[in-house]
Write a protein that binds this ligand. Structure first.
Ligand code: F6P
Length: 372
């Protein structure tokens, strides 16, 4: 009988609900297939600087993980190909990852992550590491799959906030702006804006015009100071703006000028700028809120639990069948979804953004053809 395989699992990049169900799926299905699963802490950092001892993940250890948001293994944005040494220079330390994989006795690594974490996986795969990727990001911008873990829960969270923002905005007669994550993709803004029935949705894929935003507000709200309750039209509006959205005559706004190990700036601030422009150039008061990290928080939604369990189980099967250099991919979302394996090289260096032609009304700044 062949020896059982020892698999390390790690989670990298921004945390997302659905990761823990994926680990449970990997361990549970893996236990049927004879895999031994080891938890690796804080993404690729664990394979650069392994901690002493190993975390054995058996069925008992992960039994309750399906209900947990975030990642119980911890996460980081570590790029072994671009580390900074004591002299402040960039250094490729990826060979150390190979050495540590050997020292830990791992036959394979299951990497759960987005473009960056799986981009590292793809490069390591070229160097001979046996990897299987599991797609995760609330941004849903990964190439090669229709679903990425965390998206549905983040949509649920944002939809709730849109809902909760209606009463203060209505009571005070404000334009409430809700800035959401998504980096350079507008999936999260667009679909949560539809679910929460925001009145305008601004996405990175289509730069907006301030004058057009003001006009849509005028058309909805009319003159300020309408008497509450007796007004024939609403006194407020909700705008969902993606952090990566920008005006036609503006730049993408960043929180500061720092970049992470993958060269990404932290986006944020467009909502405030928009609120100031509305307050100074229209008769309406405006408030902006940047939702930040809590939009990635909380227990996974039903979809993220199901997709996580399915993705993890499929990864266990891929390892067993020696199908490496692959990412688990979904066509459709549970329950009507089909899983397959795609070449992991196709996820690096590309992102999947909103198909504007198909989905976005560039005049109404909303989903096409829903009468908004
Ligand atoms: O990729 C997930 C994401 O939440 C993006 O939407 C956001 O721009 C980024 O991570 C935030 O980065 P960090 O979690 O490092 O602050």
């Amino acid at each position: 009988m062949s020896k059982s395989k020892r698999v390390g699992v790690l989670t990298g990049g921004g945390d997302a609900p659905g990761l823990n169900p994926a680990i449970k799926g990997l361990v549970y299905r893996g236990s049927e297939l004879g895999l031994e699963v080891i938890g690796l802490f804080d993404g690729w950092r664990s394979l650069l600087n392994p901690r002493p001892g190993v975390l054995e993940l058996d069925r008992a250890a992960v039994r309750r993980w399906d209900r947990d948001g975030g990642t119980n293994l911890g996460s980081s944005r570590t790029n072994p190909f671009r580390q900074i040494n004591e002299k402040g220079e960039h250094q490729d330390r990826s060979d150390e990852v190979l050495t540590n994989i050997e020292q830990l006795g791992l036959d394979a690594v299951v990497a759960c992550g987005g473009e960056d974490t799986l981009g590292v996986a793809a490069k390591l795969s070229e160097k001979g590491v046996k990897v299987v990727g599991v797609p995760k990001t609330i941004d849903k911008d990964l190439a090669g799959t229709d679903y990425t873990l965390g998206f549905d829960t983040a949509m649920r969270n944002i939809t709730e906030i849109i809902e909760h923002s209606r009463t203060p905005a209505g009571s005070h007669g404000w334009v409430q702006i809700i800035e959401v994550m998504g980096r350079h993709a507008g999936h999260l803004a667009l679909w949560s804006g539809v679910a929460g029935q925001a009145h305008i949705v601004l996405i990175p894929e289509h730069p907006f015009r301030y004058q057009r935003v003001f006009q849509i507000l005028h058309d909805r709200i009319g003159p300020p100071g309408l008497i509450p309750g007796r007004a024939e039209r609403p006194r407020y509006a909700v705008i969902v703006v993606a952090e990566g959205a920008r005006a036609e005559d503006g730049e993408t706004i960043t929180i500061d000028d720092r970049h992470d190990a993958f060269g990404h700036a932290r986006l944020g601030g467009v909502g405030d700028v928009l609120a100031q422009r509305i307050a100074s150039e229209t008769p309406y008061e405006s408030r902006a809120v940047m939702l930040g990290h809590p939009q990635r928080g909380g227990p996974p939604s039903a979809i993220d639990r199901i997709m996580g369990l399915l993705f993890g189980a499929r990864a266990a099967e891929a390892v067993t069948a020696n199908e490496f250099g692959k990412m688990v991919s979904a066509r459709g979302v549970a329950p009507a979804c089909e899983l397959s394996l795609v070449d992991i090289s196709q996820v690096s260096g590309k992102i999947q953004t909103v198909d504007v032609e198909r989905y976005y009304d560039t005049n109404r700044y909303h989903l096409k053809n829903i009468g908004m």
